[in-house]
Design a protein around this ligand. Structure first.
Ligand code: ZN
Length: 326
């Protein structure tokens, strides 16, 4: 059977709020679908083994495993690579139960509020992000052109977004995070329903924060940090920063953002706990506005109606599983 929307939570096993919602929806009849929906929604726990262990991952970050050189390497048998293959074999475009759109639900320890993350500029993704920004006012992080960080789950589905909600500590269930995640899912499902019906409304412009660079803390020669993130940046995710503004704070005082990066800059993911091991203290981003195109909505409708035409999905179907069958 083909479906429309795959909701994934627990891609990172120490982000416990979305998996809690998915399991609650299993008990209560499904996620908050729009009335009279024609959408078929499937829920899956991204990394059940890491979730059970309370860890972000066991062998390798699952949300960096969706790269053909990893997936196609027969000698690579790390748990998360196996899980990525399993998810694709089941729910991917060529899988046994293919899904057109994937919404990957994450949380962050950074005080960023709710946001959407886009990997690249696929028209269908842009349509969904722009419509959601229009409806909820959410900021959008456009991750592209990063030579180090790649292999994100949503990148191997025809359309996909990350919903990122924070701040919340790792492993902690938080009522605000649950409510914001639920509101984001509910809105995205409403918008996908409108898109499938050719009724999606886009704003004139999509405002994005485009990835420029990741920044590590200044470090001594032995690797220990010489400074922390500056307190101004801890409460300023999404807000502008200019050359000369304080970025870090060391014993000798503030360390400013250097001259030389053009554009209207901001910072994101300040002090995200999971990024410490990657040597990322925060991301520097550029604020851009993209003119919305009607072709984006058409691309999203094609993704959704293509899946309708290719399967035998009953209206309002909600299929649910914690993980695909072995
Ligand atoms: Zn995550």
């Amino acid at each position: 059977m083909s479906g429309h929307v795959l909701l994934v939570g627990g891609t990172h096993g120490n982000e416990v709020n979305a998996p809690w919602l998915l399991r609650r929806w299993q008990q209560t009849g499904g996620p908050p679908l729009p009335a009279e929906t024609s959408l078929a929604v499937t829920c899956a726990i991204g990394n059940p083994a890491a979730l059970a262990a309370g860890l972000r991952y066991l062998d390798r970050d699952l949300n960096r495993c969706f790269r053909h050189e990893l997936l196609g390497d027969p000698d690579l048998c790390e748990l998360e690579v196996l899980r990525a293959r399993e998810l694709l074999n089941h729910y991917g475009p060529g899988g046994s139960e293919p899904q057109a759109v994937v919404i990957d639900l994450h949380s962050t320890t950074a005080a960023m509020g709710s946001s959407l993350v886009l990997y690249g500029r696929r028209p269908a993704d842009l349509a969904l992000a722009a419509a959601c920004q229009f409806r909820l006012g959410l900021p959008v992080y456009l991750h592209e052109g990063d030579p180090v960080e790649s292999g994100f789950l949503i990148s191997l589905w025809p359309c996909g977004l990350v919903l990122e909600v924070g701040p919340v500590a790792q492993g902690v269930l938080c009522p605000h995070t649950l409510r914001r995640t639920e509101l984001g899912v509910q809105t995205l499902l409403e918008l996908l329903q409108e898109a499938a019906a050719g009724q999606l409304r886009l704003p004139e412009q999509l405002r994005v924060h485009r990835h420029i660079a990741n920044r590590d803390l200044p470090r001594s020669s032995d690797g220990t940090p010489r400074a922390s993130v500056h307190p101004d940046r801890l409460r300023s995710d999404w807000l502008p920063i200019a050359a000369g503004d304080p970025l870090f704070l060391g014993p000798e005082g503030p360390i400013p953002l250097e001259e030389g990066t053009p554009g209207r800059l901001a910072t994101l993911f300040a002090n995200e706990a999971a990024y410490g091991e990657k040597g990322i203290a925060l991301a520097v981003v550029e604020q851009l506005s993209l003119r919305c195109l009607s072709s984006w909505s058409e691309a999203l409708r094609d993704v959704l109606t293509g899946s309708l035409a290719s399967g035998t999905v009953a209206s309002g179907t909600v299929a649910r599983s914690d993980h695909p069958p072995a």
